[in-house]
Design a protein around this ligand. Structure first.
Ligand SMILES: Cc1cc2nc3c(=O)[nH]c(=O)nc-3n(C[C@H](O)[C@H](O)[C@H](O)COP(=O)(O)OP(=O)(O)OC[C@H]3O[C@@H](n4cnc5c(N)ncnc54)[C@H](O)[C@@H]3O)c2cc1C
Length: 502
């Protein structure tokens, strides 16, 4: 079987790696527009912040001679009748099955002067790929000031990262509060206070209307309220749009993304599939890598006639579970000096008919805010600003769906005070089916099995199981699990997750 995969990003490359390992007959051609081999895009904001070296983002790729990878070569045309894909160099690739894994593109807001004949005005950029990150880093030595447009998760990460690099940063946001999809006003105000202490000036309810240049290079921006901000750099973090243009041209049904069914196939063509950020499955696209990796693994399983993994995030959603009970619905800002984590119900939410009990604790003086929402003995939502320990306790309770006290106040008081019975989230207390790595859906039992097979370090476990190779948030937990297995020298190894094959 000949498979063509369009897109060599985090999901496309994972799919190919798994497919070739599972199917000894398959031949795969991968077309990748970027001139790089696959890398961990999730950590690009850490590159901007100076926490992660670009070289360490490389992902393992399939090395089989049944895989042909073309880098720096875009697919430009799909002929579904002839079952061929034409690439930018004019080569025509026949396929039996075609997989779109084209990801998403950064949304460029309409700002006067930002788009020029030769691309974005020098000094203005987005942060979507490695070239963007390296361009921002290369500009740092000559930059003193930066404007970041958009205070979603990425905007906060970029703003704090640039502030940590010593720039004077202005964060401009159109809504009345930061991360308005996740945070309510009180939590947003506390996060904004923390940002100000980190050297980030926050301006809400306005946007960038115009960029001004000096000799063709960005020198200032004009905001929609008429004020002017001098700047050497503008980073636009205004969201993403699924990359569906090629699929649309090929006559495939698309809305925001490429429409696919629960089987990840296009309803218009059973030979064409879409996975990752470009896809719009029945449960909707999350824009998070865990969903794409889950889709990649399910597609390989379906093609191999094996059962799809039970309990995958998508299947939970297909079964009609509430969004707030989706254990992958945890949003974490990977920012230097700013802890913001939300899960399930957060910000402004509709109580509807449900019996929800919510309790919040707000302490602006020290930049701490915690809100928990409990329903029928389960934690169904939480917002934490400025308290790492509490965030980790609550997200463990949320993702494990453990029964919690009916009085939600206990959930705030216990983790903060450290009193009473510790929450059942230590490495030792976890059951084998507890998911340790949310990005890769790796349960504790699989990590224990890898340790039993001889893994003694976090990097070795990552190579064997893929745990910690996404956002890297679970690295210390993996280290704890290794230690509880009596491997004392377990170290967290490199600071940066090494992305590994299976
Ligand atoms: C800065 C940043 C931080 C992020 N942080 C997180 C996070 O903390 N947690 C999280 O879960 N997710 C995060 N994400 C999102 C995560 O990176 C994506 O969900 C993930 O990369 C999706 O993988 P993908 O393969 O679908 O798309 P991508 O990784 O974007 O790969 C798509 C690839 O397809 C290529 N392509 C497009 N069109 C064509 C064509 N016509 N021909 C050939 N190739 C083509 C693109 O160039 C690209 O290389 C972040 C993203 C960014 C940019």
């Amino acid at each position: 079987m000949n498979v063509v995969v369009i897109g060599n990003g985090m999901v496309g490359s994972r799919f190919v790696d798994d497919l070739v390992a599972r199917d000894p007959e398959v031949h795969v051609t991968v077309l990748g527009k970027e001139g790089h081999l696959p890398y961990n895009r999730v950590l690009l904001s850490s590159v901007v912040a100076g926490k992660t070296a670009p070289e360490s983002l490389a992902m393992a790729t399939a090395t089989s001679d049944r895989v042909r990878v073309l880098t720096g070569v875009p697919a430009i045309d799909v002929d579904r009748a002839a079952r061929t894909v034409t690439d930018g160099a004019g080569e025509v690739h026949p396929y039996d099955r075609l997989v779109f894994a084209t990801g998403s593109q950064a949304r460029i807001p309409s700002i006067q002067g930002v788009a020029t004949d030769r691309g974005l005005l020098p000094g203005a950029s987005v942060l979507k790929d490695l070239d963007d990150a390296q361009g921002i880093v290369a500009a740092l030595p000559k930059a003193r000031r930066a404007v970041v447009l958009g205070a979603g998760v990425l905007g906060l990460e970029v703003a704090t990262g640039l502030a940590a690099r010593g720039l004077s940063v202005t964060l401009v946001h159109h809504a009345d509060r930061l991360m308005e999809r996740q945070l309510g006003s009180a939590a947003s105000q506390i996060a904004a206070g923390s940002l100000e202490r980190l050297g980030v000036k926050v301006i809400t309810e306005t946007s960038v209307a115009r960029v001004l240049d000096r000799r063709g290079v960005l020198s200032a921006v004009t905001l929609t309220d008429g004020s002017e901000v001098l700047t050497d750099m503008l980073v636009m973090c205004a969201g993403t749009i699924p990359e569906a243009a090629l699929a649309r041209r090929a006559g495939l049904p698309c809305e925001r993304g490429i429409l696919v069914g629960a089987d990840l196939a296009s309803p218009a063509d059973p030979r064409v599939f879409a996975i990752g950020d470009c896809a719009q499955p029945p449960e909707g696209g999350s824009g998070l890598v865990a969903q794409g990796w889950d889709q990649a693994s399910r597609l390989v399983s379906r093609w191999s006639n094996a059962d799809a993994p039970v309990g995958s995030a998508a299947e939970v959603a297909e079964d009609g579970a509430d969004d707030e009970l989706d254990p992958t619905n945890v949003v974490r800002v990977k920012a230097l000096g700013l802890e913001v984590v939300t899960m399930g119900l957060s910000g402004k939410f509709d109580h509807g008919e449900r019996e929800l009990r919510a309790v919040r604790m707000s302490d602006p003086a020290i930049g701490r805010f915690v809100e928990v929402v409990v329903s029928h003995g389960l934690l169904v939502g939480a917002t934490v600003v400025g308290d790492k320990q509490c965030a980790s306790e609550l997200s463990a309770m949320y993702t494990r769906m453990v029964p919690v006290p009916s009085d939600p106040a206990h959930l705030i008081i216990r983790p903060l005070a450290g009193a009473g019975r510790p929450a059942p989230v230590s490495a030792e207390d976890m059951t084998d089916d507890h998911t340790v790595c949310q990005c890769n859906s790796v349960p504790k039992g699989r990590i224990i099995a890898a340790i039993d097979d001889g893994c003694t370090s976090v990097d070795e476990v990552a190579k064997a199981t893929r745990a910690s190779t996404g956002c890297g948030d679970c690295r210390s937990l993996v280290g704890d699990i290794i230690r509880t297995c009596g491997v004392p020298e377990a170290a967290e190894d490199s600071k940066v997750p090494a992305l590994a094959g299976k």
